[in-house]
Design a protein around this ligand. Structure first.
Ligand SMILES: N[C@@H](CCC(=O)N[C@@H](CSC=O)C(=O)NCC(=O)O)C(=O)O
Length: 278
């Protein structure tokens, strides 16, 4: 693992790191904020999955998470959203597919299946790397994210409730198998048979019996993607049917941007901190 940069912030350290990933078969960059802590002490870890077009950098620059992370003593990990590089297949003019649009799935279709394995990268390789290099309490992990990253966080939590104790999302894509901006990507990564997509769709995973202790979701009412892509009412219905506790906050006048995310970031970190206590 190479250290790209480190800087002191709120008493802790914000770092950016790069490593060769065997899962995605390319170099991956990620960022980690580690609050001030005692030597030998292990801290709870919260992974933030970003949305379409993002790298690790967007939330670092605009998410405003470090003050609350330091207060609650949470390590915050912010991975990239896809594999990248000259040898990674991509559609540079398409912001909803390829670089910046890994959708947190393990692609099964060639040529994407060689690199686009973000589900395994986030749930397996990255946590193992973090456990060796950072003061992580591996039994106290949470996950959250925005939009495509909200979809990633919720599907990962539903499939791994033994690993992740808490999950929340900002404006998540709750039913990607039906949303215009995710269907083409699912088809290319997972094939034309929509049965394979069920494993990466929050509403369908719940329909298929997956469960989680509860979700916190914030959604802006002026989000430009609300009706076509996000549709929180579908999540509400799925959670009600399955009796999964859902706190869904519809935030009047907020859009899809980091202005919205940063406004409610403290609430999300407090939600996770409560559930990630020793
Ligand atoms: N280029 C797009 C808009 C892309 C966009 O809004 N991306 C969001 C995530 S959308 C869902 O996953 C984002 O977080 N952007 C980065 C940022 O720093 O704001 C368009 O043309 O509409």
């Amino acid at each position: 693992m190479d250290v790209i940069s480190t800087a002191k912030a709120h008493g802790g350290v914000q770092g950016v790191y790069r490593h060769r990933s065997r899962t995605t078969d390319c170099d991956m960059t990620f960022a980690v904020f580690v609050p001030e802590h005692q030597p030998g002490e292990k801290l709870a870890v919260l992974t933030y999955l970003s949305g379409l077009t993002c790298t690790h950098q967007n939330v670092m620059d605009k998410g405003e998470f470090r003050r609350a992370a330091a207060k609650h003593r949470l390590i915050i990990v912010t991975p990239d959203t896809s594999p990248r590089g000259a040898d990674v297949p991509d559609e540079p003019d398409n912001w909803q597919f390829g670089s910046g649009a890994g959708f947190y799935v393990d692609a099964t279709e060639a040529p994407y299946n060689a690199n686009y394995r973000m589900y395994s990268y986030i749930t397996d390789e990255l946590p193992a790397l973090l456990a060796v290099n950072f003061p992580v309490a591996t039994t106290r992990q949470g996950i959250f994210g925005h939009s495509m990253g909200g979809h990633g966080a919720m599907t990962i939590a539903l499939k791994n409730p033994d690993i992740y104790r808490s999950c929340s999302a900002f404006a998540p894509i709750v039913h990607p198998a039906r949303a215009d901006w995710s269907r083409p990507a699912f088809e290319k990564y997972l094939g034309a048979d929509a049965k394979a997509w069920r494993d990466y769709d929050t509403c369908l995973l719940i329909e298929d019996g997956k469960r989680f202790p509860g979700f916190l979701v914030d959604q802006g009412t002026d989000d430009q993607f609300l009706e076509n892509g996000l549709r929180p009412e579908l999540l509400k219905a799925a959670c009600e049917t399955a009796r999964i506790p859902l706190t869904l906050n519809m935030r009047e006048g907020y859009d899809h941007s980091y202005n919205f995310i940063s406004t409610f970031m403290d609430d999300h970190l407090a939600w996770h901190a409560k559930r990630l206590k020793p």
